[in-house]
Design a protein around this ligand. Structure first.
Ligand code: ADP
Ligand code: MG
Length: 250
């Protein structure tokens, strides 16, 4: 069974068909990359999968269960992970505190009183275990406010993982990263992808070609091609869709 199965999804904004009968799956062990020019409808699709936008037609199944009508939090509880919601980080709290809170949210404990969290050695242990061996290991006690853009993206990824998602939806995790930070992010995503399947929306073709087990190409709301890295690189329609910007695909 597919972890995520999207069937005939449709989303209109007035006269614009932003999602035009999109069907796709994400399987266990897969990093399924979704690429396409600006305005193709990638974010619109991700927002429907997370529950932030309601589709006009079609179905979304998570682990075989129909989640099309469920709220964002209900989807998160069922194992749908998403990164890069800026609001998911507390700017004044440290990296470790942000992760501990996400661990606690997963465990369904009451964390209205921060002191109650601080007292729980087990939460800290889990937060420390998640930080160990990541690019943020030495920044555990640093407040989010003092992190670089790249570090912040790494933390958002850790916070999403603290919920132990069954699948991760990533909307442009490389955006705004420098070369070294991008390489670090690619490495991290490769490690994470070995455990957790992903739907990866990304402009950075180096990252896509390095990570994807499958690539789907979205143009004007439609998936025009889907296949392996080699198949997509050779696909004439895909090259056409990138308006001859062949360098982008090489
Ligand atoms: P991408 O992420 O691939 O760049 P988007 O999903 O952001 O593309 O946008 C797809 C199309 O839908 C674009 O033409 C965009 O202008 C339009 N669009 C996105 N969100 C809205 C909205 N809330 N209302 C109206 N049009 C929107
Ligand atoms: Mg987008």
């Amino acid at each position: 069974m597919s972890i995520l199965k999207v069937s005939k999804l449709v989303k209109r904004f007035g006269g614009l068909l932003a999602t035009d009968d999109v069907s796709l799956t994400v399987e266990e062990g897969e990093i399924h990359a979704l690429i396409g020019p600006n305005g193709a409808g990638k974010s619109t699709l991700i927002n429907q999968l997370c529950g932030e936008l309601r589709p006009d037609a079609g179905r979304i199944l998570l682990g075989g269960r129909d989640i099309t009508a469920l709220s964002v939090p209900a989807r998160v509880d069922l194992g749908l992970g998403r990164t890069f919601q800026v609001t998911s980080l507390l700017d004044d709290a440290t990296c470790r505190e942000n992760i501990a809170m996400a661990v606690q949210a997963r465990e369904g404990l009451n964390f209205r009183i921060w002191d109650a969290v601080a007292g729980r050695a087990r939460l800290w242990d889990q937060a420390d275990a998640m930080l160990a061996g990541t690019p943020l290991a030495a920044r555990s006690g640093t407040p989010v406010n003092d992190l670089s853009h790249g570090e912040r993206k790494q933390l958002e990824l850790l916070v999403a993982l603290a919920r132990k998602p069954r699948i991760l939806l990533l909307d442009e995790p490389m955006a705004g990263l420098g070369h070294v930070e991008s390489q670090e992010m690619i490495e991290r995503l490769r490690e994470i992808g070995a455990q957790t399947p992903m739907l990866l929306v990304e402009h950075d073709m180096e990252a896509v070609f390095a990570l994807a087990t499958r690539i789907s190409v979205l143009v004007y709301g439609r998936i025009i091609a889907s296949g392996s890295v080699a198949e997509i690189r050779e696909n004439a329609d895909v090259r056409e869709a990138y308006l001859g910007a062949e360098d982008e695909l090489c």
